[in-house]
Design a protein around this ligand. Structure first.
Ligand code: PMP
Length: 466
């Protein structure tokens, strides 16, 4: 018998079960087994999510940058149920299913340039991992086994497999893990707010380009296989690079035959008003684009990469030599996930959601930027329906302080009490609402955030700490 919690147990029993038996990502092991853990959500609709106490809130981060069409979308749920009953599984290692072939065709239709072949995985980490393993395979087949180093950025996030964790440059994710760094090197995040050494935007771009070129020079282009970059560093704090950054970096990659892998796990599927942000928002056609999250609006797990004919053609068809690309998963191209993705794409198309994002995103950005007038706010940034407000109690500090982080956590807690979930990332309050959000709902979201920031600002002033 299922209750409103979605299981046969009541809320108290489930919270107890979680404390006793569940390990969640980023679990604070020191607190394992104690009460007062994470919020238990029990239902959701549209842009709203309801917790086990019956409190209904705007889901500001859309889950984790993923519930594009919103919760409780019947066409996607129906597609999942229908496919589960039709044929719930087939082995992708030796057979095909309709939804994955159809979905590959749809993705090829709207991916930029000649990115026409899709490889499916189970989520974002496996998508990036597979793209990187493709790069290694590619260079081995081409007879240049030393061309394997991956250039990544500080503050980038690419996943939780061995390789993608090594390529993720967020300091907080690294302690006590063994990271295989042999073929991984980091360059600066394109974050002008925290790295002011470049001066204005144009000068900062030149600083970043010079650093990239110097790194290629010092390691030797014959040793570098890929540049791996999110168009906007999402988990690193919605860092939007200076204008022209991706184009310049792509040109340098092309010059040295380095694969440009654009990690669009967050920016793909409408977040910036297009299917992918690479084009036209950032004006590039990368060699490989990785995707996940928004491809199914988070209804079921799915990820993958789409690769250009130009790159694939160098080791396939008549140019093929060597072994088969034996990278893959039991659930690569899972029929239920792909059916959900096809329904999700239809909902995005029929609802005109890309055009809707292009219409409401400038309003969202404009309203968000007004929060920059609050003294506690050090920086406001974003693009499309991705936004971030960064708290800075010490305007002269080059890095967020522990107190900045505590302040942001206080703001997030207040927002929660007032009906808005905000994603806390260090000193930053991050918003990436579902694509269906309306202007009035944006107003509500921003006004809850403003009130919460102003209240915390008043409190820390009264405490003599700001
Ligand atoms: N790449 C990016 C840009 C991400 O933001 C994430 C997850 N937040 C990943 C990869 C990993 O995706 P997943 O958690 O689905 O494995």
């Amino acid at each position: 018998m299922y209750s409103e919690t979605g299981s046969q147990w009541n809320v108290a029993e489930l919270e107890d079960a979680a404390h006793r038996h569940l390990i969640s990502p980023a679990e604070e092991l020191a607190k394992l087994g104690t009460s007062g853990g994470r919020t238990l959500f029990t239902s959701a609709d549209g842009i709203y999510i309801t917790d086990s106490r019956g409190r209904r809130m705007i889901d500001g981060p859309a889950g984790m940058w993923c519930t594009q069409v919103g919760y409780n979308c019947k066409p996607i749920a129906d597609a999942i149920a229908a496919q589960a009953l039709r044929i719930c599984y087939n082995s992708p290692w030796y057979s095909l299913n309709g939804p994955s072939a159809g979905l590959a065709r749809r993705i090829a239709e709207f991916a930029p340039g000649d990115l026409n072949h899709v490889f499916f995985t189970t989520g974002g980490s496996s998508a990036v991992d597979s793209a990187l393993r493709f790069m290694q395979f590619f260079n081995n087949v081409l007879g240049r086994p030393s061309k394997k180093t991956i250039i990544c950025r500080i503050d980038g996030y690419h996943g939780s497999t061995h390789l993608t964790a090594a390529c993720s440059g967020r300091a907080g994710n690294r302690p006590n893990f063994d990271l295989e760094m042999d073929n991984v090197t980091f360059i600066s995040a394109p974050n002008r707010y925290r790295h002011p050494q470049g001066g204005d935007e144009a000068a900062f771009l030149e600083f970043l380009v010079a650093e990239f070129e110097e790194r290629i020079e010092s390691l030797g282009p014959q040793n570098i296989g890929a540049f791996l970059a999110e168009p906007v560093l999402a988990s690193g704090g919605v860092i939007v690079p200076p204008k022209g950054y991706h184009r310049r970096f792509l040109e340098i990659c092309r010059k040295h035959d380095i694969l440009y892998i654009s990690d669009e796990v967050v920016t793909g599927f409408g977040r910036c008003g297009e299917w992918f942000a690479s084009e036209p928002a950032f004006d590039i056609v990368p060699d490989i684009i990785t995707f996940a999250k928004g491809v199914t609006s988070g209804y079921v797990p799915l990820g993958g990469f789409v690769i250009s004919d130009a790159v694939l053609g160098r080791i396939s068809g008549e140019n093929a030599k060597g072994s088969a690309y034996t990278n893959g998963y039991t659930y690569s191209g899972h029929p239920v996930s792909c059916a959900a993705a096809l329904a999700n794409i239809e909902v995005i198309e029929q609802g005109g959601l890309l055009a809707h994002v292009r219409e409401v995103a400038p309003y969202f950005q404009e309203q968000l930027r007004k929060l920059g007038e609050i003294p506690l706010v050090g920086d406001v940034r974003g693009i499309g329906l991705l936004g971030c407000v960064e708290c800075a109690t010490d305007p002269h500090s080059q890095a967020a302080t522990d107190f900045d982080k505590a302040v942001a956590a206080r703001i997030d807690r207040l927002c929660y009490e007032n009906g808005l979930i905000v994603r806390p990332i260090g000193s930053m309050c991050v918003l990436s609402p579902a694509l269906i959000i309306k202007k009035e709902e944006i107003d509500t979201m921003i006004s809850i955030l403003r009130e919460s920031i102003e209240k915390v600002q008043a409190e820390i002033r009264a405490e003599g700490r700001f």
